[in-house]
Write a protein that binds this ligand. Structure first.
Ligand SMILES: [Zn+2]
Ligand SMILES: [Zn+2]
Length: 327
């Protein structure tokens, strides 16, 4: 089967042996397609993942072989995520499920940018769902990234009707803004790129150029889907005292959050990383019922063009790449 692997400074398509269950429980699934996540870009660009790694985890797939106690059957089209919390450790008991060691060690194998993937019985039991019939495979691929947004919103624990600013309107900012609105918040989005500002506006959510944001807007919360120094400045100038800054992006260059602002202004700065099985269920429902609209967000690439998908994403030429693996 074909797989795309990290090969120093490029992503190469190569061949590896076909997958078989060989007596294991779980399923072999044919990957219809896989979304390209910002975290894949970071792992590739910052050389965090080794050569030979198959990236990709936002898969939509069809079951081709199965031995499972679940009701899934051969031919079922499914969505799944890649990590599963143990539910028993100290992290899990405190709700920090994405810090759980089991969560971090579980994965889909070899990775989403592959013609076939092995899903364990645990995946099938906890994080796999039938693809809703009213969604296309590209739309369904937002199941996992939207789950991450749902988790962030729940963690921020905001009152209904809170004024929330979303900084950064890439695909995650667009998902986050819509999900916040679905959770009952008053949302404003901002970015520097006119086409992204317009994209959110067209979805009926207030959206403006970060440079035109009036100062001291007194937002109850700011969601940071960008980690640039300037974005942090905008956040600190527009958060009300006592408000919450939700960090949802890595920040390779910035100097971090200002200690004295956190102290004197009683700010809560919190992170949110990856989704729990419950967040994923909520995500699928938001996609199914159309409260989060993901039409026209993705640009579709063939597996052989995956390098271009990475390049176009890195250079902000597209909002979101979807690698279509099965024709
Ligand atoms: Zn992702
Ligand atoms: Zn755990």
């Amino acid at each position: 089967m074909n797989i795309a692997v990290i090969d120093n400074d490029k992503i190469s398509v190569t061949q590896t042996e076909d997958l078989k269950l060989n007596g294991k429980k779980g399923a072999i699934v044919k990957v219809l397609g896989c979304g390209l996540c910002g975290s894949d870009i970071v792992k590739f660009r910052e050389h965090i993942s080794k050569n030979g790694t198959v990236l990709g985890h936002e898969i939509v797939a069809q079951i081709s072989e199965i031995d499972s106690d679940t009701n899934f059957q051969i031919g079922d089209k499914i969505v799944t995520s890649h990590h599963i919390p143990c539910g028993k450790c100290n992290f899990c008991k405190h709700g920090n499920v994405s810090m759980c060691e089991h969560f971090k060690s579980t994965n889909i194998k070899p990775g989403g940018f592959s013609e076939y993937v092995y899903l364990s019985e645990e995946h099938l039991q906890n994080v796999a769902h039938l693809m809703p019939e009213n969604l296309t495979e590209v739309e369904a691929s937002f199941y996992e990234p939207l789950g991450c947004c749902v988790r962030a919103i729940k963690r921020a624990n905001l009152m209904n009707d809170s004024k929330v600013l979303v900084i950064g309107l890439g695909s995650i900012g667009i998902l986050m803004s819509q999900a916040l609105k679905a959770f009952g918040m008053k949302v404003t989005g901002c970015d520097l790129l006119p086409e992204r500002i317009k994209f959110l506006k067209n979805l009926g959510i207030e959206s403006l150029d970060s440079r035109e944001l009036a100062q001291n807007q007194e937002f109850d919360a700011v969601f940071m889907t960008s980690g640039a120094d300037k974005a942090i400045d905008v956040a600190l100038k527009n958060i009300r005292s006592g408000g919450t800054i939700l960090v949802f992006s890595s920040t390779p260059q910035n100097k971090g959050y200002a200690n004295n602002e956190i102290y004197y202004r009683e700010l809560t700065v919190m992170g949110s990383y990856s989704p729990s099985p419950a967040d994923l269920k909520d995500s699928l429902e938001l996609l199914r019922n159309g409260k989060v609209n993901v039409k026209n967000m993705s640009t579709i690439y063939k597996l052989n063009d995956i390098q271009k998908a990475f390049d176009d994403t890195i250079n902000n030429r597209i909002m979101k790449a979807y690698i279509k693996i099965k024709d």
